[in-house]
Structures are given as structure tokens and as C-alpha cells.
Design a protein around this ligand. Structure first.
Ligand code: XMP
Length: 481
């Protein structure tokens, strides 16, 4: 048995000491970070892979704001891959597989296809995929005969402006503008359609200048997997739909089966970055780095909905865990991600100042429009539900998904939950929450005299505070309105 001499610290046990600052405005602060090799974020925030936090709408919104989402794994592999696909298709300056239709199809069929795919145009091709024309909503809107063939109203090939497969964003924008058109088909040497650029997608790019994008202009997204045999095909399905990285996520990440899974993933998908976790010690970080992880998630029992520390007695207070793990990560050149327990921008700043490259947020984002599930009203106030992924209801839901049906009531009693289900206040759009959080972080960085995250790591000086200091740190001796 060992007893460590120093108490572990968490966010409320410390403050950051202000330093001389050359920064005149918060806008001079750069919050960019490297999450993984080849994956940069403008804001160092990930949305948690929890079923009350991240499905496609959250992942789209957070990637547009400059962070990234991790699609949870508590659904069938098919549904998870479909969520990845939706994120990758949400925005791109090239639609890689545009929806096509044959020239002989009816206008009614064309309208159905457009509605189903929620798009305003179809590319008309022959059986070999060669371009014959373009059909847009405008072409069919006032057509008298819905059974008329597409070719009777489409813009035919000779009147179309097209571009080569490797068309660049600038020249595409110019072509769309000069010809006052909305769609630019991309064709190969044989006139086969290899993509489509639309004016709407280029406008969307301009709306979100901080968005986290891959080389094709698509939003980035991660996919969470577990450590069991079916998780390999799950990973493969998500990667096929374009997932940018995988997150091997189990409660106790410093474990042999996690190491085996990470090594296997690195063998099977050598070009895919892998985040692994969760751990709470430098040994855990080194263990996962040795298995091949590209980044490690830190936090055991620190989450808002966690009961791991109560049920098992295990955990490390989160600030100490981040400080120690980030130091180990720094020696290995490996980013660590602070996961769990962040309640406000002050906690976020402290987590990053302690050495994390980014932070994962659960409950703080669960109350937004983009989190899964409807809002509920209690005593006249609006809430949304957040639940631990090891809570009773999440465990039952997972078993039902695995069995593809309801489970025996006896099985309910076999569950030993390590998380709870809870209500969080409804908070509106995630973009607004992120704006506040990043504003607070920028302000915090300016108190440290840090223009960048590496400078924050360098300059950060923590001071431990007493319960009296904690009282002084919040509004006191006034009645807050
Ligand atoms: P916050 O505090 O941001 O934490 O809501 C989110 C993180 O909590 C972890 N998590 C759990 N931990 N039991 C646990 O001990 C659970 O049921 C549970 N569900 C989520 C997870 O790391 C998440 O990102």
C-alpha cells in the first residue's frame, strides 16, 4: 500500500496568478491547437462521445465553430456510420458523389429524389456516368406535366459550364460568379461526372471561417469505438464514411485490452489517428503511447454525471491528473485531452493551462439545441437530459441495441451503474455557448500574458486556495439578481 503525500487538486482548489501582459485585446489571442497529427483546431474543444451530447447536429455545429465532435458508439454501427456521413456531407466545396438521374426519368421521380436528399438539383447522366445535363428545382417547379421526362426541361450538356476534377476553390468561385450559375459539375477526360461544386457550399465556407475542415473542405469528425471484437468493423464502417480519427474510449483506459485494440487499429488503419483513454496517471499515458495512441484522454471519475469514484473509490482529482499526464505527454510529444468536470470558461482555462491541448465537454453542451433528444419543462423551466454512459438507463439501452430487442427485466438488476441521469438547463444554440467559453478563455489567456496555447503552458502559475479563497472567488455578500 502507498499513500501519496500531497493531496490531489481539482479546478476549485486553485487559481491562476495574473502575469504582465502585452495583449491589448482579446482578439489578439490565438486559441488554435494541434489535436492530432494533421488535425488542427481553431478552438481547443471537443464535444463528448455521449448519447446525450454528440450525434451529427452537434458534430456539425462544433466543427463549424472551430472545435470537433466525437460521435458516440451507443447505437448500431450502421447508425453511427450514417451520422459520420451526415457530418462529412454537411459542408464541402466539392460534392464527391452528386445525386444523379437518367434523362428518361419523370419529373415526379426527380422531385422525389431532390426532396429525399434535401437538395436543389440533380446531375443528369447516361448509364456510364457521362454528363448529359443539369436539372434544378426551378426547372420543375412550374412544369405542367409531372410525367414528362427530365430531358425535356433540363439544361443540356452543350449549355453547361464544367470544370476538371481538381478544380480549385478560387477558380470555382470565379466561374460560378462570371457565368451567374449555381452549380458547376466536375468531369474527367471522358466527360464522366466526378463531382459537383455549388454556390451554396462556397457561401457556407465563408460563413464559418474557423471551421475545422479536411483537405477536401469537409467538416472533420471523430468516431468513438469500444474494445470488443465488433468494434473493428464498426471502426471500418465509420472510416469508410470519412471519420477523421477514432476514439477508443472506455472508463479504465490503462488496461491491456485497450492497448491490444489500439495496436490493432494502428496495424489495420495506419493512416488514421487514434485517441485512447481514459487514464489519470503518467503511467497510463506512457502505456497508451507505447500501444500507438496519437493522443490520450485524461479524466477518471471527473465528469459531471460520473459516480465511478463513489462506486469504486478510484480516481485522481482532475487538475492533478491533467498536470501530471500533460507532463508525461510533453516528454513523449503527445497531446493530452482534459475530459470531464469542466463547468465554465475558468475551468477550461485552468485545464489548458495545466498542459492539456484540448478539452472534452459533456454536460456543458448537453443543454443545447444540437444535443440529441427533446427538451423537457419542469416547474416552468426548460431542461434537457444528460446521462452518464455507465448509468443504469444507458447500460440497458446498450444491451438492447446489442440484442436488437428488449432485454429481460432480470438483466436490469445485473447492472452496476457508474453514472447518473440528470437534467441540465436548456441553453439554446451551441454556437452561443462556445462563443462565451472561448471569450472567457481568450480573456484568461490575456491575464497570463499568453498569445498562444504553448505560451499559456509556459506562463501558467497556479496558486492553491483555501475555502475562504473559494468563497471570495464567487460573488459574495450581495444578492445576485
Ligand atoms: P462532463 O463533466 O463534461 O464530463 O459532463 C463528460 C465526461 O464524463 C465521462 N463519462 C462518465 N464517467 N461514468 C463515468 O464515470 C459515466 O457514466 C460517464 N459517462 C461519461 C466521459 O469521459 C465524458 O467525456
Amino acid at each position: 500500500m502507498k499513500l501519496r503525500p500531497d493531496p490531489g487538486l481539482t479546478f476549485d482548489d486553485v487559481l491562476l496568478v495574473p502575469h504582465r501582459s502585452p495583449i491589448r485585446s482579446r482578439s489578439a489571442v490565438d486559441t488554435a491547437t494541434t489535436l492530432l497529427p494533421g488535425v488542427q483546431l481553431k478552438i481547443p474543444i471537443l464535444s463528448a462521445n455521449m448519447d446525450t451530447v454528440t450525434e451529427a447536429p452537434m458534430a456539425v455545429a462544433i466543427a463549424r465553430a472551430g472545435g470537433v465532435g466525437v460521435i458516440h458508439r451507443f447505437m448500431t454501427a450502421e447508425r453511427q456510420a450514417e451520422a459520420v456521413r451526415r457530418v462529412k456531407r454537411a459542408e464541402s466545396f466539392v460534392v464527391e458523389h452528386p445525386t444523379t438521374i437518367s434523362p428518361q426519368a419523370s419529373l415526379e421521380e426527380a422531385r422525389g429524389k431532390m426532396l429525399e436528399a434535401d437538395i436543389g438539383g440533380l446531375v443528369v447522366t447516361d448509364q456510364d456516368g457521362r454528363l448529359l445535363g443539369l436539372l434544378t428545382t426551378r426547372d420543375i417547379l412550374l412544369a405542367a406535366d409531372p410525367s414528362a421526362p427530365v430531358e425535356s426541361v433540363m439544361t443540356p450538356r452543350p449549355r453547361l459550364v464544367v470544370a476538371p476534377a481538381n478544380e480549385r476553390l478560387d477558380s470555382a468561385r470565379l466561374a460560378l460568379h462570371e457565368h451567374r450559375i449555381e452549380k458547376l459539375p466536375l468531369v474527367d477526360e471522358d466527360d464522366r461526372v466526378v463531382g459537383l461544386i455549388t454556390a451554396t457550399d462556397i457561401i457556407k465556407l465563408q460563413e464559418h471561417p474557423n471551421a475545422t475542415k479536411d483537405s477536401k473542405g469537409r467538416l472533420r469528425v471523430g468516431a468513438a469505438i469500444g474494445v470488443r471484437t465488433p468494434d473493428l468493423p464498426r471502426a471500418e464502417m465509420c472510416l469508410r464514411e470519412g471519420a477523421d480519427f477514432l476514439v477508443v474510449d472506455i472508463a479504465h483506459g490503462h488496461a491491456d485490452h485497450v492497448s491490444v485494440m489500439v495496436s490493432q487499429l494502428k496495424r489495420e488503419f495506419p493512416h488514421t489517428p487514434v485517441i485512447a483513454g481514459n487514464v489519470a496517471t503518467p503511467d497510463g499515458v506512457r502505456y497508451l503511447a507505447q500501444a500507438g495512441a496519437d493522443a490520450v484522454k485524461v479524466g477518471v471519475g471527473s465528469g459531471s454525471i460520473c459516480t465511478t469514484r463513489i462506486i469504486t473509490g478510484f480516481g485522481v482529482p482532475q487538475l492533478t491528473a491533467i498536470l501530471e499526464c500533460a507532463e508525461a505527454g510533453r516528454q513523449l510529444g503527445m497531446p493530452v485531452i482534459a475530459d470531464g468536470g469542466i463547468r465554465n470558461s475558468g475551468d477550461l482555462t485552468k485545464a489548458l493551462a495545466a498542459g492539456a491541448s484540448a478539452a472534452m465537454l459533456g454536460a456543458l453542451l448537453a443543454g443545447t439545441d444540437e444535443s440529441p433528444g427533446p427538451s423537457v419543462v419542469r416547474n416552468g423551466r426548460q431542461f434537457k437530459v444528460v446521462r452518464g454512459m455507465a448509468s443504469l438507463s444507458a447500460n440497458i439501452a446498450r444491451k438492447e441495441i446489442e440484442k436488437l430487442g428488449e432485454i429481460d427485466p432480470d438483466e436490469w438488476e445485473s447492472v452496476i451503474p457508474e453514472g447518473v441521469e440528470a437534467l441540465v438547463p436548456y441553453r439554446g444554440r451551441v454556437a452561443d455557448i462556445l462563443y462565451q467559453l472561448v471569450g472567457g478563455l481568450r480573456s484568461g489567456m490575456s491575464y497570463a500574458g499568453a498569445e498562444t496555447l504553448p505560451q499559456l503552458w509556459e506562463n501558467a502559475e497556479f496558486i492553491r486556495i483555501t475555502p475562504a479563497g473559494q468563497l471570495e472567488s464567487a460573488p459574495h455578500d450581495v444578492q445576485v439578481l
